[in-house]
Write a protein that binds this ligand. Sequence first.
Ligand code: ATP
Ligand code: MG
Length: 359
Amino acid sequence: MAKTHKIAVIAGDGIGKEVMPEGLRVVEAAARRFGISLEFTTFDWAHCDYYVQHGKMMPDDWFEQLKGFEAVFFGAVGWPEKVPDHISLWGSLLKFRRDFDQYVNLRPVRLMPGVPCPLANKKPGDIDFYVVRENTEGEYSSVGGKMFEGTDRELVLQEAVFTRKGVDRILKYAFDLAQSRPKKHLTSATKSNGISISMPYWDERVAEMGKTYPDVKWDKYHIDILTARFVLSPERFDVVVASNLFGDILSDLGPACAGTIGIAPSANLNPDRTLPSLFEPVHGSAPDIFGKNIANPIAMIWSGAMMLDFLGQGDANYRAAHDAIVAAIEKSLVEGPRTPDLGGNGNTTDVGKAIAALI
Ligand code: ATP
Ligand code: MG
């Protein structure tokens, strides 16, 4: 008997509620075709209306309710008119990332056919890489404080925290990913010429880890020149690994180089699988287009493909389900229907149905 995977579904706010049904439609179609057994449980919290009613984004036992799931399929959160973003985000999504120890933030950067590329002279195939961001420590620590406030000696400090465990586990994930890809190439983001303690440490750990992956060719670039290379020569990248801050920047820059925000997917992974991983579109709740059924569902659908791949732990059948979804997305981008952000006049439901039909 095939294993049944338990998945929590949280649509969240705004267009999260519109793209989620299409994500589910396509994931279910792929699961049927490839004989994968999934069980979905929907949760009606972690959205701003819940906050307006209850004064919090989620019930107190949210961790207990979710911890037994393998994955959370997540739409979007935020509705600034009702709840300030820092409250809605810190009260839901960022809690998941932290408390479920989702230490890998993974974003594919891939130029799809039919998507206008903001970079000159790039065609599909030229841009096809992953950004792997460390998601739990580094520059985003709360260690620090203010001294001598209000005086002319006023001083503010915020530390970056790099642990051996935290650095090694993200590097291991990135090297494994590079090892599994045809190019077997890894690029590390650094800034050891300016940040003189933590970044040389990061570089050292990369060099050390690199010794145990003889098949993987790796290099490193300072973050300033690396961002320039993203724009000027994205062909050279395969897997790019970076600390929390640098990864934050690169994981927004990458998808922007490959076209519209409406198609960019992401995964927050706990590769140890002790707690759920989370799959969500890069975009937010987009209140400006909510209610019109014009949001592009492809980011949600592609995130669902990443979820299937993760659930399979390298199994060829799950990989095939992932690839079938990505191929169907590519075909639909060429043949339509397309949503207005891609210059089409199709709606959210049309696009979801068309992609499901291709599967
Ligand atoms: P976040 O709060 O998540 O950082 P945001 O709220 O600033 O992001 P988004 O919600 O991602 O921003 O929206 C940014 C812009 O992109 C908006 O104009 C929105 O309409 C557009 N957009 C976002 N997602 C989609 C989508 N799936 N389809 C079409 N347009 C989108
Ligand atoms: Mg927002």
